[in-house]
Design a protein around this ligand. Structure first.
Ligand SMILES: Cc1cc2nc3c(=O)[nH]c(=O)nc-3n(C[C@H](O)[C@H](O)[C@H](O)COP(=O)(O)O)c2cc1C
Length: 306
């Protein structure tokens, strides 16, 4: 049998069959009726907290010209029920699972949730969702305490929030983060001019194509700054946008908002990356990670030498 291009990657000591992950909170188990989860690189279920939360009342989503504004408000079953009921169901798909978590009442809660997980539970890594934390020393400290509370690798998921992203990423890395996920939704708002109030609570965040060029530049900068792998996300909707992130330095990419309008977006992205690799004669997807940096340097060197 002729062997095709190799899409597999090594991430946090685990082999993923391809670099395409489903982004946290943007899909549910009901998607399994439409797409074959087994084809994905990994899955990140909706972020869990210590206690169950029913989330915020509707409306939770508002469409904007090129993106989606959401305030879901932490809707989740809580860590106990997640481990007992949800995790076994996610594990059935046989692909790596990254569990996202957030301590609603601060760092101690992150640590308490992290301590509920250990190797052997079928979880590849824990992703700390720092949606409402941007202070670098708190990020570093929380990551560090979570690494002591569990033997699973810790990923720090960061959100642009007025602090330079590379500083937050370096803080997470110094605390012991084994990877950085970029980006969570970007703080944004829509105002209802008839009612003359914001349409969603002030914590709402923007995702989708509108944030892609911004998130891409953050992935570019963070890739240059840290040594740990970067997982890129923000408006990934197809193979082309996924490859932008990979060329900018993302070892893996997550597809989120695109799943709302096209449930097949992640699977099509995987197929599209494969076709691209065939067209460009690329044998290993890992050869593409950060390639735009090397190409830019080679170009500058040529110009400098001319
Ligand atoms: C409706 C909605 C719910 C989300 N819920 C979560 C969540 O529970 N945990 C999390 O870490 N990120 C959550 N996110 C952020 C996404 O995982 C992703 O980081 C972000 O949307 C950027 O990617 P995208 O533009 O492809 O959606 C959510 C995004 C949306 C749109």
């Amino acid at each position: 049998m002729a062997s095709g291009p190799d899409l597999s990657i090594e991430l946090l000591g685990q082999r993923l069959q391809n670099p395409v992950i489903e982004a946290a909170g943007t899909f549910g188990e009901e998607y399994s009726e439409l797409i074959d989860f087994r084809k994905l690189g990994a899955l990140v279920p909706k972020t869990i907290s210590l206690e169950p939360h029913c989330g915020s009342p509707p409306p939770r989503l508002v469409e904007t010209p090129a993106g989606l504004l959401n305030f879901v408000g932490g809707d989740n079953p809580g860590v106990k029920k997640f481990i007992e009921e949800h995790l076994p169901r996610w594990r059935r798909y046989g692909i790596p699972i990254i569990v996202g978590l957030r301590g609603h009442r601060g760092p101690d809660e992150y640590v308490r949730i992290a301590s509920c997980f250990k190797r052997g539970m079928g979880v590849m890594a824990l992703e700390l969702n720092f949606k409402f934390m941007s202070d670098c020393s708190s990020i570093s400290d929380t990551v560090s305490r979570c690494t002591q509370a569990t033997d699973l690798p810790i990923i720090a998921k960061l959100r642009p929030a007025g602090v330079i992203m590379t500083e937050m990423a370096l803080a997470a890395e110094s605390g012991g983060a084994a990877a950085i996920s970029l980006v969570n939704t970007i703080p944004a708002m829509v105002i209802d001019v008839e009612r003359q109030v914001p349409e969603l609570p002030l914590g709402a965040g923007l995702s989708g194509p509108a944030i892609r060029p911004i998130a891409l530049k953050m992935v570019w900068d963070v890739y240059e700054a840290v040594k740990v792998p970067v997982i890129g996300m923000g408006g990934v909707a197809d193979w082309r946008s996924a490859l932008e992130y990979i060329l900018a330095g993302a070892s893996a990419v997550a597809v989120g908002t695109a799943m709302f309008s096209n449930p097949y977006a992640a699977i099509e992205t995987i197929d599209g990356i494969r076709d691209y690799m065939v067209r460009h004669g690329v044998m290993r997807v890992t050869d593409l990670v950060g390639l735009a940096h090397r190409n830019l340097r080679a170009q500058s060197a040529l110009k400098g030498g001319a």
